[in-house]
Design a protein around this ligand. Structure first.
Ligand code: SAM
Length: 162
């Protein structure tokens, strides 16, 4: 798994990687555009919404939601991803934070209509992921929803296959 420096190095070519692998229907980004459209469509039915994005990357999805007048709060541990995202969403609340440490203190008392995370939470172990998602529930408005899109496998064995 990449650390924050690995993602810093990937940031400039990230969008090209996504486009290339999505077009070729290859791991890990096969289906990327369909997934983003599904999340975008779900949120836009309730726009304008307060959104928290976990692991925003280059903000491919979040910047579209930002442009559509939703209120964006986002976190990511890569300073280079953050620079790119900030250039697309200058008024968004972007936090540099490692989600292995749980919820950032800056989000205490904030509530969101949608918490989204795409291609990011697989960086957590299963145990930490469960605790993290449970903690996210405390940041939801009463009718709020968590929308997660990520790589997944039918079994542990499939995960181990090359
Ligand atoms: C594969 S990219 C996905 C970016 C974007 N959500 C998308 O769907 O295109 C994963 C993102 O999660 C961030 N990330 C990975 N592990 C993280 C962690 N422990 N804490 C915060 N951000 C993390 C990386 O910096 C990167 O920007």
């Amino acid at each position: 798994m990449l650390n924050n420096h690995g993602f810093d190095l990937w940031s400039d070519s990230y969008d090209d990687s996504v486009r290339h692998l999505d077009t070729k229907n290859q791991y890990p980004f096969a289906g990327y555009t369909n997934l983003m459209n599904a999340i975008y469509g779900t949120i836009m039915k309730q726009a304008p919404a307060k959104i928290l994005d976990i692991g925003f990357g280059t903000a491919l999805l979040t910047s579209k939601l930002y442009d559509a007048e939703n209120t964006i709060t986002s976190l990511d541990f890569s300073s280079e991803m953050l620079k790119i995202a900030l250039s697309k969403m200058p008024a968004a609340n972007l936090l540099q934070w490692n989600f292995n440490l749980g919820i950032p203190p800056a989000l205490k008392g904030h509530l969101f209509d949608f918490i989204i995370s795409t291609y990011a939470l697989h960086h957590l172990t299963d145990c930490v992921k469960i605790d993290f998602i449970a903690a996210l529930l405390n940041l939801l408005e009463p009718q709020g929803k968590i929308l997660i899109g990520d790589v997944c496998f039918l079994s542990r064995n499939d995960l181990r296959l090359p």
